[in-house]
Design a protein around this ligand. Structure first.
Ligand SMILES: *Cc1c(COP(=O)(O)O)cnc(C)c1O
Length: 501
């Protein structure tokens, strides 16, 4: 080190280590990586959407141990191209319709680059005042954009924080109310705490309940039905609560969902919050995917009743042009989070923290260290504006409608659940599948056949015993022609399978 020769090769041909933060070398290599990624985006449609490699493929390609000597970025990027890209499932492909989207954008990539480039660790205000203050500001901006009640904003006594994932947001809120409750009823009663959800709630609640030390037997996934569109019924919730209270248990937490993962069902927030309030239950609203749509006034009604909740989260890293990881969490009572999660070892103490004039986000999350995530959201909001983001969402919803229209042109197919956002759940209709064959199995084969082609990637869900193919429109690069192509692809593969069956 210290030798800043641009030539990284010694006379004997072996590489030597450069200053790992040499500004000029950073400029050179940084431009190369940007060029590399620009080329990747130029060619993205040439790669199979779902990676076609076999398990263990990379071990066969890479050496047994780490290199002893430094290697050049040229060689490394060549290996990324030849060895890594084949093992990438291309989430940014316009033909990616699986799971929920992870819509990237230039603004978010560059925000991420700034975040990584500064590489600050903003756990307390003093460790990077801009990181904390920008995060509080963008959370208030977003809260206003999505018309959250003032009580969730800093100006109204609440506040927002950026977590890595919904899992973390749920875990931290469960722990906040667990501590609040145990401080009243006594720690020995932890086994009596009960957490409510529906059978459509994301599995991250189950994981959070386990980590939080709540008796797994006291997680109540309430059964939903097709007749109520798989929404959590307030009446069923109340019956469950009453029965638990009778049994001497203590209701703690309810997780409602706006846009369930399987079929984008929306729980009736208002009625559920009313019941929860009577029993002193903390209500969290998980809008991981559909929250993005609620930034458009015409979808905001799906959040009606959120004013009765204690916390609300949505993933900007799904359908909001922001790259992983970025879960936006708002709470009405930050003190509950802070009381449960704060630690104040001597080595972190500082004048500002003690002055109580600042937010120390280390007390709002699980980990101590934290990234400057607010930069990418700030870049996204500024680069695209509220109108740009709304148009982005609306474009995808229109394309999802278009796909529904295509399904309607071919009587062999049916849309299985009503579409709320940009997810279409469809299948080959039981009417065209031979009586002695299993309809779910047929559709499973169809999906596998489509995905194995590499031309598009979709996933499935089983809701109410029905296997559906999920087509989630949301990749940034998707256009109408990709929707048309996806439909033709499904038709072609269905044709072949129907002949074989
Ligand atoms: C995607 C999703 C999650 C999980 O989000 P992570 O950020 O990956 O933890 C939770 N809930 C719903 C409804 C989701 O769609």
């Amino acid at each position: 080190m210290g030798d800043h020769k641009p030539d990284h090769l010694l006379e004997n041909g072996s590489a030597t280590m450069l200053n790992p933060l040499d500004p000029e070398e950073f400029r050179r290599q940084g431009h190369m990586v940007v060029d590399f990624l620009a080329d990747y985006y130029h060619n993205i449609e040439k790669y199979p959407v779902r990676s076609q490699v076999k398990p263990g493929y990379l071990r066969e390609l890479l050496p047994e141990s780490a290199p002893l000597k430094p290697e050049s970025i040229e060689k490394i990027l060549q290996d990324v191209q030849e060895e890594i890209i084949p093992g990438i499932t291309n989430w940014q492909s316009p033909n990616f319709f699986a799971y929920f989207p992870s819509s990237g954008s230039i603004a978010s990539f560059l925000g991420e680059m700034l975040c990584t480039g500064f590489n600050t660790v903003g756990f307390s205000w003093i460790t990077s005042p801009a990181a904390t203050e920008l995060e509080s500001i963008v959370m208030d901006w977003l809260g206003k954009m999505i018309q959250l009640p003032k009580s969730f904003l800093f100006s109204g006594g609440g506040g927002g924080v950026l977590h890595g994932s919904t899992c973390e947001a749920i875990l931290c809120t469960v722990v906040a109310v667990r501590e609040q409750k145990l401080s009243v009823i006594g720690r020995e009663n932890i086994g009596k705490l009960v957490v409510y959800c529906s059978d459509q709630t994301h599995s991250s609640l189950q994981k959070s309940v386990t980590i939080a030390g709540i008796n797994p037997k006291n997680l109540r996934p309430i059964v939903t039905t097709k007749s109520s569109n798989f929404q959590l019924s307030p009446h069923s919730l109340e019956l469950a609560i009453v029965s638990d209270v009778k049994a001497g248990l203590i209701p703690l937490y309810l997780c409602c969902t706006v846009g369930t993962t399987s079929s984008t069902a929306v729980d009736p927030l208002g009625a559920l919050c009313e019941i929860a309030e009577q029993y002193g239950i903390w209500v969290h609203v998980d809008a991981a995917y559909a929250g993005a749509a609620c930034f458009c006034p015409e979808f905001r009604h799906f959040l009606d009743g959120v004013e009765g909740a204690n916390s609300f989260s949505f993933n900007a890293h799904k359908w909001f042009l922001t790259s992983l990881e970025c879960c936006c969490l708002w709470v009405k009572d930050p003190a509950a989070l802070i009381k449960a999660l704060s630690t104040n070892p001597e080595y972190l103490r500082n004048y500002f923290a003690e002055s109580e004039q600042v937010v120390d986000y280390k007390d709002w999350q699980m980990a101590l260290s934290r990234r400057f995530r607010a930069l990418k959201i700030w870049l996204v909001l500024r680069s695209y504006g509220v109108t740009g983001l709304r148009d982005f969402i609306r474009g995808h919803v229109k394309m999802a409608k278009h796909f529904e229209g295509l399904i309607a042109t071919d009587k062999r197919f049916e849309v299985v659940f009503p579409r709320n956002f940009a997810l279409v759940c469809f299948r080959v209709s039981p009417l065209v599948i031979p009586r002695d064959k299993d309809v779910n199995e047929f559709n499973r084969h169809l999906l596998e056949s489509v995905n194995a082609s590499g031309d598009a990637f979709m996933t499935h869900a089983v809701v109410g015993g029905v296997y559906v193919i999920r087509l989630a429109v949301g990749a940034t690069l998707t256009e109408y022609r990709h929707i048309d192509k996806a439909f033709r692809l499904v038709q072609e593969h269905a044709n072949v399978l129907l002949c074989v069956y």
